[in-house]
Design a protein around this ligand. Structure first.
Ligand code: NAD
Length: 272
């Protein structure tokens, strides 16, 4: 999708950070924008700023972890603008860093509720309506480079949630009709308010530079949308380690096709 003029773009977590920078860019390209998050005053500020630059923008207060809120957001977008062409499931939280053995179930659940169920609620509230609309459309899910590999200790919950965003996006791409594309975005550290940490607003890639890198990939309808070069090295290290394990303990052998799980799964679920 190259032309966003008059397209309608809904962005969760769109009042700050990456979501706001994407709202700015979609708006600058002529799109009409709906941003959604929990804090009304931040949404009002962001919409006022977008409006002052001539962008037709509206907001809706919503908690992405609540399916009812996401359905109300979809109703709002269709009522106000009559269509939705792009959904960006961007809202996310970092959660408190904790070793897996020490983390509390509630802390993991909250991260999964926002980062995984928040995205799923977006897909459930908008997906079938975007399919029924029948026009070219796009769902962009914001994962993280920690959805490609685990960067270090203390980030198990967040990283697991972002791996799930990638896996669900991959499943979605196999299932959706051609007119509804999926993309998954893997930011490395970008200046934002993530985790409420003051350091995060000053280290990492400035949001506008980040959006400039991902923009052509969005226009070209890429599935894997990348930005931070070192992520490639760490993902490759992971793949190489898995390769070594297979080469040593489970190499191919004559007749191993009967254990090809991907082929078997596709036979079972009618896809090839
Ligand atoms: N900044 C980074 O370094 C980085 C790196 C990788 C991935 N990401 C991902 O990018 C996305 C955007 O984060 P950001 O870095 O711009 O941080 P941010 O904190 O500035 O933005 C996240 C937004 O999501 C909103 N939000 C959080 N929980 C919500 C909920 N339950 N319902 C509705 N809105 C909610 C917040 O209010 C905020 O506006 C997140 O999914 C994050 O995990 C960020």
């Amino acid at each position: 999708m190259k032309d966003f003029k008059n397209k309608v773009v809904v962005i969760t977590g769109g009042a700050t950070g990456i979501g706001k920078a994407m709202a700015d860019r979609f708006g600058a390209e002529g799109a009409r924008v709906v941003i959604a998050a929990r804090r009304e005053e931040r949404l009002q500020e962001a919409v006022a700023e977008l409006n002052s630059r001539g962008v037709e923008a509206r907001y809706k207060v919503c908690d992405v972890s609540d399916l009812g809120d996401m359905r109300a957001l979809a109703d709002f977008a269709w009522e106000v603008f009559g269509q939705v062409d792009v959904l960006v499931n961007n809202a996310g939280i970092a959660g408190a860093p904790a070793a897996v053995v020490d983390a509390t179930p509630d802390a993991y659940r909250r991260v999964f509720d926002v980062n995984i169920f928040g995205m799923l609620n977006g897909i459930w509230a908008f997906g079938n309506r975007m399919i029924a609309q029948g026009t070219p459309a796009m769902i962009l899910n914001v994962s993280s480079e920690t959805g490609l590999y685990v960067p270090g200790p203390m980030m198990g919950g967040y990283s697991a949630s972002k791996h799930a965003v990638r896996a669900i996006s991959e499943a979605l791409r196999l299932e959706l009709p051609e007119h509804l594309q999926v993309g998954v975005i893997y930011p490395g550290i970008v200046q934002s308010e993530l985790g409420g940490s003051p350091e995060m607003t000053s280290i990492g890639m400035p949001t506008d530079d980040f959006v400039n890198i991902i923009w052509p990939q969005i226009e070209n309808g890429e599935f894997h949308i990348v930005s931070h070069p070192w992520a490639k090295d760490y993902a490759a290290e992971n793949a190489a380690e898995i390769d070594r394990a297979f080469d040593r303990y489970a190499p191919h052998f004559e007749g191993d096709q009967k254990y090809d799980s991907k082929w078997l799964a596709n036979q079972a679920f009618g896809r090839s």
